[in-house]
Ligand binder design. Sequence first.
Ligand code: CTP
Ligand code: MG
Length: 233
Amino acid sequence: MKTTAIILAAGKGSRMHSKIEKQFMELGGYPVIYYALKAFEESPVDSIILVTGKNSVEYCRHEIIEKYHFTKVVSVVEGGENRYDSVYNGLCACPETDYVMIHDGARPFVTQDMVVRSIQTLADYKACTVGMPVKDTIKIVNENRIGMATPAREYLWQIQTPQSFDYKCLMKCYQKMMKKRADGAAIAVTDDTMVVEEYGKIQVKVIEGSYTNIKITTPEDMRIGQEFLQKQG
Ligand code: CTP
Ligand code: MG
């Protein structure tokens, strides 16, 4: 079975409030994106597609892929306005593949083990994601007021990436969604499991990620990331 990983690095990082996009900020001596690329390069995936902003394509080719010898990266493609546009561009650029894994380039602490267990899960499911049970009580808050019953914590998980799919299945669901959008519908998806749930009625298997598999989002995440790296040595 062939597996392609799509690594997303086309976001603007508005919550980071930094001049340089968060995926290219320096963390422990390397750009943030380096760590995710390294994890997939050293994993059983066959090829990697890197999706980035129009103005970062050349930088990624020379200053990241060539510099650090990421030999599995088969193409660097331009992303789009929304995360799902970037994923779709990545899907369209995939070589022949059975499986596809989508990963946020802003999650440097993905492990080999997560990649391997995700691929194994695809033997039995068309879609799976890594995630972890939430530790806090979660409430739905509207204008600083709690208006609904508190969801039972035992059922609440925080969902991470990588998210892994049967390629044909994900592509079909994406095509349906993009067609709906072209017809003028508002699209409100924030991850790829939502796409297969909504457009394919597919059951998504959740497997264990890790509490350290954070998404670098705000400045304190850079400090947390630095600490994780120091602990890893
Ligand atoms: N991403 C992307 N294309 C977009 C939006 C996001 O490739 N149009 C990528 C980001 O680069 C990141 C991942 O998707 O690796 C998760 O998105 P998020 O954390 O929301 O990143 P940003 O959108 O860049 O940040 P923000 O929402 O704070 O602007
Ligand atoms: Mg975003």
